[in-house]
Design a protein around this ligand. Structure first.
Ligand SMILES: NC(=O)c1ccc[n+]([C@@H]2O[C@H](COP(=O)([O-])OP(=O)(O)OC[C@H]3O[C@@H](n4cnc5c(N)ncnc54)[C@H](O)[C@@H]3O)[C@@H](O)[C@H]2O)c1
Length: 337
């Protein structure tokens, strides 16, 4: 199979590409603009493989997208390119509207033309998979987890831009019969993540003896899923998912932010890393800062559908996954500092 993957130099896209190149015979074309969130180190281990091609470019560049589709002739398009950091979307939303909404439109419009041009046997294979977030559902207000029928109620400009792109993708199915799939996943963690997000930021700040900032009271709850488990889910969805469907992907692993940070500090304490001068624990670096505006209190995913229909379930327990992630950042910190 030929995969056109957008955003493959980012955190999740690179995990997906490493998996495809290392574990299958498929070919990958990675289209990435190389924004600040990308890192060429993320794909160093596979970049020389003959089945891998990289193109630097913008998903909003319609001429480029048309050319790549018709030249490469992908069987699957997996769309992960996005502006992904909520804080940036609050301070500077324009790029989120451009990349996440217009960029998705540009991919849809050109994929539609490409798909219509295919001979029947290739037309029946092609799928467009949009990789999205549980943040489209907004904050969970009761014990009821989000399922695929939950109402969209995004809070941040980031979440709203992902909700918009989900709606566009779904409309291309309803209007043009385009073979699409959408997956909405909870918070990912693991190696190769740019250190603006909670887990890598905490690890790297801690080992440099810098303060570890926590928004508000730190009681916000997120569902954490290892990026390897997410990548497996994405491959199951693109290969076995039912056209036109949405799949929620989650770890069944809701944890308060403060507990995630305390856990990282405990592991660092146990690993015997030099502690900040005069401290007994890395926990001494924790600093509560003014809460993020519109900060959702809780996200929780009901992933029964993908469990039952696609026989997927997360394999990596948080206890092990977080320890491995910390050790990985200790070994590879020079690429992320
Ligand atoms: N990280 C998570 O916890 C999480 C959870 C659920 C869903 N998602 C979604 O998964 C996708 C990947 O997330 P991530 O954490 O890997 O993001 P990331 O920020 O680590 O990587 C995004 C990648 O997209 C590229 N990119 C940005 N704008 C582009 C453009 N205009 N054209 C081409 N490339 C562009 C960047 O260079 C970068 O390599 C996103 O769509 C995100 O919304 C992320």
């Amino acid at each position: 199979m030929k995969f056109l993957i957008t955003g493959g130099l980012g955190f999740i896209g690179s995990a997906l590409i490493r998996k495809i190149i290392k574990e299958t015979d498929h070919q990958v074309l990675n289209l990435d603009k190389q924004t600040y969130a990308s890192n060429i180190f993320n794909l160093k281990s596979i970049e020389l493989d003959k089945r891998y091609t990289f193109v630097k470019g913008d998903i909003c560049d319609e001429i480029l997208i048309e050319k790549l589709l018709f030249d490469f002739q992908p069987d699957y398009l997996m769309h992960l390119a996005a502006e992904s950091h909520v804080d940036n979307s609050i301070n500077n939303p324009s790029e989120f509207i451009r990349t996440n909404i217009f960029g998705t439109f540009s991919l849809l419009k050109n994929s539609h033309q490409y798909w219509e041009s295919l001979p029947l046997e290739k037309k029946e294979i092609f799928k467009f998979h949009h990789i999205s977030t549980d943040e489209v559902y907004g904050s969970q207000i009761s014990d009821k987890l989000f399922n695929e029928n939950s109402r969209y109620d995004p809070s941040s400009p980031y979440a709203a831009s992902k909700a918009s792109s989900d709606h566009l993708v779904r409309s291309w199915f309803k209007t043009y019969n385009m073979p699409i799939l959408i997956s909405n996943c909870s918070n990912n963690y693991g190696p190769y993540q740019f250190p603006e997000k909670l887990i890598p930021l905490t690890i790297l700040n801690a080992i440099q003896g810098k303060k570890i900032p926590i928004y508000g009271n730190g009681l916000q709850v997120r569902d954490w899923l290892h990026v390897e488990d997410h990548s497996t889910a994405l491959l199951d969805i693109i290969s076995k998912g039912k056209i036109g469907e949405t799949y929620n992907v989650g770890g069944n692993n809701q944890i308060k932010n403060i507990d995630v940070v305390k856990k990282i500090c405990t592991v660092l304490d146990q690993l015997g890393i030099d502690k900040p001068a005069g401290s007994k624990s890395f926990r001494d670096l924790i600093t509560f800062v003014k809460d993020r505006p519109g900060h959702d209190l809780m996200y929780g995913i009901d992933a029964q559908k993908i469990y039952k229909d696609l026989n997927w379930s997360p394999k990596i327990r948080f206890e092990e996954g977080i320890k491995d992630t910390i050790i990985w950042y200790l070994k590879n910190k020079k690429h992320y500092l």
